[in-house]
Ligand binder design. Structure first.
Ligand code: ZN
Length: 80
């Protein structure tokens, strides 16, 4: 995967919409590429801010869990 391909997957990755295979390739690229890692972190932060506003009155643990789930490699593909 190159940066362009990774870049196209960032928003899907943030939303947890990548397939197991895509996720693996994507995070593999991130491990080697600081540029895409930063892009991904920025996108994640933006999502967190938005989500935080939405789920402020619900358990914050839910969000943490979903982030943990996103960063896990293929542990449970269809657990969303
Ligand atoms: Zn890259």
């Amino acid at each position: 995967m190159n940066c362009q391909q990774a870049y196209q997957l960032i928003s899907a990755a943030v939303d947890g919409e990548l397939s197991c295979h895509e996720k693996e390739k994507f995070f593999q690229h991130l491990a080697e590429c600081t540029t895409c890692t930063e892009e991904f972190n920025d996108a994640m932060k933006t999502k967190l801010i938005i989500k935080e506003r939405i789920i402020r009155f619900t358990a914050p643990q839910t969000l943490i869990n979903s982030i943990m789930h996103l960063t896990h490699h293929c542990a449970q593909e269809s657990n969303l």
